[in-house]
Design a protein around this ligand. Structure first.
Ligand code: NOJ
Length: 578
């Protein structure tokens, strides 16, 4: 028999053996989906790889690095917005949803990039920013000229003849969520910056425009959509005044109106189903019920969603407690054990770097702690999202002075701190730790000038630690964060148990160790993670019988006989269970 035939027969045997009940839903249909089995990698396009020397990353840079991406073992890329934009919020203010900002390349480059990625088995996920547009979008320009223009109704307005608008909180603008336009004698609503007017989803014509935009990109080979700020899309158009202090629970008051579900079902019928694409919502409301209603397959709305409780755990330099971490992940996992599917992430472009928030940046423990965190991310149930640079353990950058900040969110917060007379030294210390700028520095490719990111002047200062933390150095080191990441994606890609297996926490109250099993029929894995910078010991339950060790970021064997386990600082181990 030739080798190909043997491989096919083996694959059939493996598939038929593993296709047990856990891979079927209650009605006997398979639960297997590419977007559940995928490992997503997020690229912030202006910071990934510049090929034309203008200091901004571009599509050709991604084409150039396609081998790197393939070798990462990732199966989909979500890219932050690259559309025509005045860049007030780095592209989350779109001026033309069908045009590409020339700094990233041309439509031809885009099409080539998607083709090259798809050829490498990598799908492309587009960021759809339709809770708001830019105030430079033709729709808003016309809408602000005349109340009679059809585009006027694409936005939310409060007419001056009704008096001053009721207070509305804005996430980026300390002066609030309404701004006045003289030509129409009305205020428009903006949940984010004043340059990001909210689109009126209650208007069916606007919704139709959005579906046409999504179809346009689906026809270009896009495999899925990330719906930006989508939980805020539907609004109560009486714009009620909410009680004082409601801003602290912003999502509860402004997010997840019941009508949103109708719009999502409409979007599903119009775009998601006919184009066989998938969609993930940013935000999942504030309750499990909200989240379930978004992703329950029977409801035909979205495929996955990500909530903020994971990342909300560690927003200040004080950090987080492992007990909270375990509890949050376990709670969300069990809520979706039967129906629905979640995205799992610990970092993205809106947060400080993974290692600064959840790991340990000291030279002794940086590598180990990031390896441990990546082991966690890639061994949990749910689709894992890795933010570019976290496969290397890229860190926060030190930016103590406000003069260097360009992010609209940071500048808004600074303005508010000034106005309220806060202690600015303390404010800057916290901003330096938590600001989004930390996660947007150029990718560190090698130790040449500008970390090999650009031959020009980078749009954002490269983190000075690039000489030490970079792709080239880590490729050469089998024990690097990068090579550990690759081992983890390979393990996940090759073992359905890491995707569909049950998740059960053990050693629940252990203060240093997070341990759990993943089980799918006869495939049984044990994951042991030491979240501390000390040795940690535990007795495993008697019935546990350890088999082969599949992942270990130390040479030392943690299994000491008699079910005793001793983990070195930040040791991460995945072992088979007999
Ligand atoms: C969420 C995005 O992740 C963030 O970067 C952006 O500023 C806001 N939505 C507004 O679009």
């Amino acid at each position: 028999m030739n080798k190909l035939l043997i491989a096919i027969l083996l694959a059939i045997i493996v598939l038929s053996c593993s296709d047990g009940d856990q891979l079927k839903n209650k009605s006997g249909q398979t639960v297997r989906q590419w977007w559940k089995e995928g490992t997503l990698y997020q690229i912030y396009p202006q910071s990934f790889k510049d090929t034309d020397g203008d200091g901004f990353g571009d599509f050709r840079g991604i084409i150039e690095q396609v081998n790197y991406l393939e070798q990462l073992g990732i199966t989909a890329i979500w890219m932050n917005p690259f559309f025509e934009s005045p860049m007030v919020d780095n592209g989350y203010d779109v001026a033309d949803y069908r045009a590409i900002n020339p700094r990233y390349g041309t439509m031809k480059d885009f099409e080539e990039m998607v083709r090259v990625l798809n050829d490498g088995g990598i799908k492309f996920i587009l960021d759809v920013v339709v809770n708001h547009s830019s105030n430079q979008h033709e729709w808003f320009i016309e809408a602000s000229r005349s109340r009679d223009h059809k585009y006027h109704k694409y936005y939310h307005w409060w007419y001056a003849e009704n008096g001053e608008p009721p207070h509305r909180h804005s996430l980026f603008d300390p002066e609030g969520g309404w701004d006045y336009v003289e030509a129409v004698n009305a205020w428009y609503l903006h949940t984010f910056a004043e340059e990001q007017p909210d689109l009126n989803w209650e208007n069916p014509e606007l919704r139709r425009e959005v579906y046409e935009i999504m179809k346009f990109w689906a026809e270009k080979g896009v495999g899925g959509f990330r719906m930006d700020a989508f939980q805020f899309a539907s609004k109560d158009t009486t714009y009620p005044e909410f009680p004082e202090g409601h801003e602290k629970n912003f999502i509860q008051w402004y997010g997840m109106r019941p009508q949103l579900h109708d719009y999502l079902r409409e979007m599903y019928t119009e775009v998601i189903e006919p184009y066989h694409v998938f969609a993930v919502a940013e935000g999942a409301g504030s309750t499990f019920q909200d989240a379930h209603d978004l992703v329950d397959a029977d409801r035909k709305e979205l495929q996955t969603a990500y909530h903020f409780e994971y990342v909300d755990m560690s927003r200040t330099p004080e950090g987080y407690e492992l007990s909270d971490f375990k509890q949050v992940f376990t709670r969300w996992d069990s809520a979706f054990a039967e129906d629905g599917w979640l995205a799992i992430f610990l970092s993205n472009h809106d947060n400080a770097r993974l290692v600064d928030r959840f790991g340990n940046t000291s030279p002794e423990f940086r590598t180990l702690s990031v390896q441990m965190l990546n082991t966690f991310l890639l061994s949990m149930r749910g689709t894992p999202y890795t933010y570019y640079g976290d496969e290397l353990g890229m860190t926060n950058i030190d930016m103590p002075s406000i003069d260097e900040y360009v992010d609209v969110d940071a500048l808004g917060k600074y303005k508010a701190a000034l106005a309220s007379g806060q202690n600015l030294d303390k404010f800057m210390e916290e901003l330096n730790y938590s600001s989004r700028e930390n996660a947007r520095t150029p990718m560190q490719w090698d130790d040449s000038e500008n970390a090999g990111f650009t031959s020009g002047t980078p749009w954002k200062r490269v983190n000075p630690n690039y000489k030490e933390i970079n792709v080239a150095a880590q490729e050469a080191d089998p024990q690097s964060v990068l090579n550990h990441f690759r081992r983890m994606t390979r393990l996940r890609n090759e073992n359905l148990v890491l995707v569909y297996g049950t998740y059960d926490m053990i050693l629940d109250d252990h203060e240093e160790i997070y341990a759990y099993t993943r089980i799918l029929e006869d495939d049984r894995l044990l994951v042991l993670l030491n979240f501390s910078d000390d040795k940690a010991m535990a007795d495993l339950p008697n019935e546990v019988e350890i088999g082969a060790t599949l992942i270990n970021n130390y040479e030392s064997d943690p299994f000491k006989g008699n079910n005793k386990v001793v983990l070195e600082p930040y040791q991460a181990v995945i072992a088979e269970l007999r």
